[in-house]
Design a protein around this ligand. Sequence first.
Ligand code: 13P
Ligand code: SF4
Length: 391
Amino acid sequence: MTTVDLPLLPLGRGTDPLSERGVECPGDLPAPSDPDLVARAEAAKAALGDKLFVLGHHYQRDEVIRFADVTGDSFKLARDAAARPQAEYIVFCGVHFMAESADILTGPEQQVILPDLAAGCSMADMARLAQVEAAWEALAEAGVQDKVVPVTYMNSSAAIKAFCGRNGGVVCTSSNAEVALEWAFEQKGPDTKVLFLPDQHLGRNTAVLQLGYDLDDCVVWNPHKPAGGLDAQQLGDARMILWKGHCSVHGRFSADVIDELRAKVPGLKVLVHPECQHEVVLKADEVGSTEYIIKTIDAAPAGSSWAIGTELNLVQRLADRHPDKNIMFLDRNVCYCSTMNRIDLPHFVWALENLVEGRVVNRIEVDEQTEAEALVALQRMLDLPGKSHRD
Ligand code: 13P
Ligand code: SF4
């Protein structure tokens, strides 16, 4: 089996086109202490007018999200990007894989810009194309590949989405994983298996809690072990082959903190993202995408108490927006997504002011073939019947 190590990039220089990583940021950034940053962002946005469309993921900082034309989870942002053909520049305030998806879903004349290329996603980095192709070959050697449908979470590189596109698979997000898996399990008859990339937790939580599979139906493919660390018997018996990837932010939430908080706060409701570990999701009252979390808190009665297991920028914003509700964070420590946080006001202003000057910086451009194949898998997702109730 081929193992591919991530190259170490010197801080502030270079990009690695094979992964989610990239740290280059040419030119001078405005100083974070510049008191005029807000005014500069407003002026640049006004100067660009309808040419510019700013998308903001819910995990973005307040200082950036205030400039977003639309906010959303990764599914909603993918759809919103596709629905604005008149915008010449799409500035994506989110992470690299989201900007790639926006590039794939928008026209060739539209340019997608990620204000800081270091805004990658550690989970997406956990599944690299060479590793996934090696796994696919190993599944053929084990005699099961013809029964396997690859499903990748949106949080993956365009190359992995393209792999799914050319191998009969689909993309899913946290808000439609259930329907995507239902679709996948129908593709190759009653013995269909799914190779779920790269988040083992979303895969396991969806298969077990929403589709009714047993934990024993799931095996974990470790890309750092020969043949994934699994024998032909285990692969033959499995229905869900879960890639050994996870989110370092959502992986922090633990079942014992839920117990502790429930003991302290009467009537507490626990609401978590499906990237959390299975035992955390089992103890929660509600589970859903960032969009679902927002809708649930918006609709909750005044005086209700909620512990939320997702990224801290969003939880803080919800607490600020609902002073009549008792909203707390489901972790003892501060827990931001460090790569989402890379997009700050200086990078945002820098990207916009360059656009005003006619210079496109930090363009995210997926090559033609990858784009065409990834589009197949993304389009299969957008065509799924309805959506799960968890959006
Ligand atoms: P959503 O699909 O809920 O937006 O989540 C994206 C993400 O990166 C969560 O960690
Ligand atoms: Fe990736 Fe986790 Fe950050 Fe989401 S929260 S972008 S999955 S590292």
